[in-house]
Design a protein. Structure first.
Length: 94
């Protein structure tokens, strides 16, 4: 989905103009920035009863490059895992 598509969906769903929907997209972008900031400080952010973002440390590993069959050492790093609740799954699978 492109940004223009999301703006159209938001404007129709909220019965608002596209300009108001575009302003909502700016709010969503800012919310995501705040979410990232919170993940940098803590290790878990829960959005309502639907989605949880959790920061996890991935240990150092050796991966094999499938093209060259060469072993590559990947250092320890942080990743974000996203999980959804059963309530969210039930909404999607109605």
């Amino acid at each position: 989905m492109r940004k223009e598509d999301a703006i159209s969906i938001i404007s129709k769903g909220l019965n608002k103009t596209k300009k108001v929907a575009e302003e909502s997209m700016v709010d969503i972008d800012k919310s995501i920035e705040l979410l990232v900031d919170e993940l940098e400080v803590g290790d878990k952010v829960k959005l309502g009863n639907y989605i949880t973002f959790k920061r996890v440390t991935v240990p150092e590993r050796i991966y094999r490059n499938p093209r060259t069959n060469e072993d590559v050492l990947v250092p320890e790093h942080e990743e974000v895992k996203v999980s959804v609740t059963q309530a969210f799954k039930d909404l999607v699978n109605k």
